[in-house]
Ligand binder design. Sequence first.
Ligand code: BGC
Length: 459
Amino acid sequence: MACTNMPPPPAGCEEFVSCLENLFSLSLNDSRGMIKDFHEEMRKGLSGQASSLKMLPSFVDRPTGKERGNFLALDLGGTNFRVLAVQLDGKGCAAVQAVRKFAVSGEAMQGTGEQLFDFIADGIDAFLTENRMKRSSSFPLAFTFSFPVAQTGIASGRLLEWTKGFTATGVKGRDVVGLLNDALKRKGISCIAVSALVNDTIGTMVARSYGDPTCDMGVILGTGTNACYREKRLKIEKLKDRRFRKYIMINMEWGNFHKVRLTGYDEQVDGASVNPGAMHFEKLVSGMYLGELTRLVLMDAIERRLLFLHEPKAAGAFGQKGLFRTEDMSLIAEDETTDLLRVEGFLQHRGITVATPHDKTFLKHLCEITAGRSARLGATAISSVISWMDPELKDRHTVAVDGTLFEKYPHFKTGIIAVLQELHGAKAEKILLVHSKDGSGLGAAIVAAVAAAESGLNG
Ligand code: BGC
């Protein structure tokens, strides 16, 4: 029940908020500095020097839109994996004919690699049966594997690091297509031929650029975060293989960008993660960590007796890792009612029955502070890549974006656009952010079609 007749906000609230706003701020100057640092890391990564940006060549360029045929796609990126059947009409239109989603269990994520790939092979098996696909035929399959992979070819690549809470053993350093093939063999599935290995950023960009030649960047703002873009082959000094075309898409792995200012809360999130010291940018921006980061801020406010002063259950309700998620923040941010009734409903659901109007607005404001920084950082990173490709912003750039933060978090997209406008003025109009929904699987199928058409890399 809401208490409307409560004392004014506890003393110290304003100071706490202004201190947080400072800690989580990213001024225009900070953004400009970050863009410089980003460019420096990009340059180093492309030339093969040590860099927090891995800048991984993908072995493919944008599609032409003429690719055609039927392909299977397997999309493993986080808590779900999906199997899709995709049809490409050769006229820029890619359609999903069938799709099945499977939840990746904690055991599959954090057990052995064999368990994880067996689980995936079982999913493929179920999909083939469900869709009555004849096992006497051969189906080309594109594998979207949304983790840092050093590609050794269009359909092979070694896992560099696990991210997003995965720790499955015996996979790091190995060819993930080989591991998938081994699992398929173990299950007696011989009708699948893996013909492409694709990062989700590449899939997202390819899905859009199949019908839109202005698309030259793909971004994921979801459980994890990352981007890819189209790079001139000659600028990729570390690429010794000269058989490629003029352009190649680069998977940046920007989640690992490390020239960022960490607050004490960020350090706690990092310390409690399965990969401390790595993926700093991802931990500041993405959905997997944002809820936890905000929970730590909430707990700090509760412990300082600035929030839920009249509700003894609050500390327990938010007292453990994972008890506040980015989805909860989304719900809170969505509440535009004067009395914040949805926030109240959310709190009641958590057993918090005594929430003052101050508690509700304060909670909402704390979420705005952390999510606001995430959007500003995301926008600055997008601006870094666009200004790298086109410093004067002469051309139009369509950026294909996917991920729940971008798609579902209230005001996230408008927050990004506002920062792009601050950074580029009227020219920001040339940067068009489009939602490429579930593009990663579709795009992977298109890459498989490119691979099938080329059957190898041509000059
Ligand atoms: C992975 C990237 C991926 C991104 C978005 C990150 O954790 O390292 O490869 O693109 O998440 O899914």
